[in-house]
Design a protein around this ligand. Sequence first.
Ligand SMILES: Nc1ncnc2c1ncn2[C@@H]1O[C@H](COP(=O)(O)OP(=O)(O)OP(=O)(O)O)[C@@H](O)[C@H]1O
Ligand SMILES: O=C(O)c1ccc[n+]([C@@H]2O[C@H](COP(=O)([O-])O)[C@@H](O)[C@H]2O)c1
Length: 208
Amino acid sequence: MEHSRKKVGILGGTFDPIHTGHLILAEAAYESFSLDYVLIMPNGNPPHKAGQVNVSMAMRTRMAELAVSDNPHLCVSDFEKTPQDYHYTYETLEYLNREHPDTDYYFILGADSLIHFDTWKEPQRICDACRILAATRDHMETEQLRQRIQELSRRYQAQIYPLETPNIDISSNMIRERVQNGKSIRYYVPDSVETYIHENGLYRLTEE
Ligand SMILES: Nc1ncnc2c1ncn2[C@@H]1O[C@H](COP(=O)(O)OP(=O)(O)OP(=O)(O)O)[C@@H](O)[C@H]1O
Ligand SMILES: O=C(O)c1ccc[n+]([C@@H]2O[C@H](COP(=O)([O-])O)[C@@H](O)[C@H]2O)c1
């Protein structure tokens, strides 16, 4: 009997905190590419955000768990949980490919991440290890995203696909600023995450 390969999405991020933009992105990838499920993977020590993370890995992970608790297609992976050393995407993907040779990985990212993709560690190895799904963000023109995808696809012989999503103008930074300024974050994040942020006094100051 022939076994079909598994298709697993990975949405990596800092999730400081997770917000509705992340959730719509993950759900769109699941639906549009018929994925088996999507792993939401918080980074314990994100390479491009050294010293800029506001909340502990445990709390960022907890918020992600609360956010996806009612969605069977999304689950949180603590694979990149350790705070020592940076977690590079190529290492994570190569490890997962070795451990799960029956699975194809789809790394999901926003257009802002795709713009800086050349500065990531070992971009060629990332492209060799997964397919990339790129969603528009910050009102980037569809044409601009298409050109960037084409450029990177040629350079790395990469499989990069545009991911159709509405432009959700929400960022974690926006949430942090709104909390600091005493503004509502209702609907920007799931209710459970909003409650967690307020109960734990997160983001009122720049440090935890
Ligand atoms: N509103 C959004 N629309 C599309 N992609 C998004 C959106 N928010 C985040 N992403 C993508 O999700 C991934 C993880 O994002 P991250 O956790 O850094 O959140 P962020 O909102 O960009 O954070 P910050 O505002 O702190 O920079 C990145 O690939 C990013 O491009
Ligand atoms: O591996 C790298 O060099 C690299 C550089 C920047 C970002 N990433 C990954 O891209 C994802 C989104 O990152 P960020 O900084 O927007 O939260 C997250 O999974 C990071 O680990 C990875």
